[in-house]
Design a protein around this ligand. Sequence first.
Ligand SMILES: [Zn+2]
Length: 106
Amino acid sequence: MLSPERTPRQRMMDLLTGTRLATHQLAQMLGIPERQVEDHLEHVVKSLARDKTRRFILEPSHCQDCNFVFRDRRRLTRPSRCPLCRSEDITAPRYGIEETEQPKPR
Ligand SMILES: [Zn+2]
């Protein structure tokens, strides 16, 4: 390829492959604001939706007081408050990329 520099989005995908990271960790590793990490993540999700070799993993936030899990949450950002116990002690959602097994051509 012509570009010697990898874009922040490509570096983000590299960092996420095979692990789970929260947005603040990615922001620190990439040296960009957390808000930009969230923007990039949305594009990463879209491009992986078309990629048959890899898939995006979202590990949902949960409440540290009552263990409520925010499974239905579609947004990538951290919820502010628990709907059950009103606690604000919510873990950050974590993201990762897993490589899927490809059937070998015969
Ligand atoms: Zn709770």
